[in-house]
Design a protein around this ligand. Structure first.
Ligand SMILES: Nc1ncnc2c1ncn2[C@@H]1O[C@H](COP(=O)(O)OP(=O)(O)OP(=O)(O)O)[C@@H](O)[C@H]1O
Ligand SMILES: [Mg+2]
Length: 182
C-alpha cells in the first residue's frame, strides 16, 4: 500500500524541504519506489534535484489544471527509484484563483490517479502556509497518512504546529484519520 508523508509547518525555513528530499532519497536508497511531489511555488524540492519547470503546461501546475496526467508530469531523478513532480511559481496564482472555490482542497487528491499506487511512498513538500496548497496536500494524504510536523523546540514552531493540527482536525476530508497523540 502506498504511504503518504506530508512535511508541513506554517513556519518558513524550518527544514521541510530538506527533510522531504533527504527522506525521499534515503527511502529510494533502501529500494523503495518513491514519488516526491513538490507543491511549493518556491519549487526548492524540484530544483534541489535539478528539475526546474515553468508555465502552466509543466509539472504539478499541469496536473492540477488537468492539462496533463500524473504519468505525463512524472520525471525521473538521478537517484534510482526516486521520481519527482516538480513545482513552478505559477502555483501562487493557482492558490489565489482557487482558494474561494468550494471543494478545491480535494483537487490534488483527485489528480493522483495511477500510477500513484505503484509507489511505496508519496512524499509531499508544501509551502510555509496553511493555505489551499497545504490543505490540498493534507487532503491528498490517504490513509495510512503521516503528517510530520517540523519542530526545532522554539515557541513559534510549536504554535505553528498547533495550527496545522487544528487544520487537520477541521479538514473536510473524511478519509483522513488523525493518529492518536499527534
Ligand atoms: N538539519 C539542518 N541543519 C542545518 N541547516 C538546515 C537543516 N535543515 C535545513 N537546513 C537549512 O535551513 C534552510 C531552510 O531549509 P528548508 O528550505 O528545507 O526549509 P523549509 O521549511 O522547506 O523552508 P520554506 O518554508 O521556505 O519552504 C536551508 O538553507 C537548509 O539548508
Ligand atoms: Mg520548503
Amino acid at each position: 500500500m502506498t504511504r503518504f508523508i506530508v512535511f508541513a509547518n506554517r513556519k518558513g525555513g524550518c527544514g521541510k524541504t530538506t527533510t522531504a528530499v533527504n527522506v525521499a532519497h534515503c527511502l529510494a536508497e533502501k529500494r523503495r519506489k518513491v514519488l516526491l511531489l513538490d507543491i511549493d511555488p518556491q519549487a526548492h524540492a524540484g530544483t534541489s534535484l535539478g528539475h526546474m519547470v515553468s508555465g502552466e503546461d509543466a509539472g504539478v501546475m499541469a496536473l492540477l489544471s488537468e492539462k496533463k496526467s500524473l504519468s505525463d508530469v512524472l520525471v525521473d531523478s538521478s537517484i534510482p527509484g526516486l521520481s519527482l513532480v516538480p513545482a513552478s511559481r505559477e502555483l501562487t496564482a493557482f492558490e489565489i484563483d482557487n482558494s474561494v472555490i468550494p471543494g478545491s482542497e480535494t483537487c490534488l487528491s483527485e489528480r493522483l490517479t495511477d500510477p500513484v499506487s505503484e509507489f511505496d511512498y508519496v512524499i509531499i513538500d508544501p509551502p510555509p502556509t496553511v493555505g489551499l496548497l497545504t490543505v490540498m496536500a493534507l487532503a491528498a494524504a490517504r490513509t495510512p497518512a503521516q503528517v510530520l510536523l517540523e519542530l526545532s523546540g522554539s515557541w513559534d514552531d510549536s504554535r505553528e504546529a498547533d495550527e496545522i493540527i487544528r487544520q487537520i482536525r477541521n479538514s473536510r476530508t473524511k478519509s483522513m484519520k488523525l493518529k492518536d497523540g499527534l
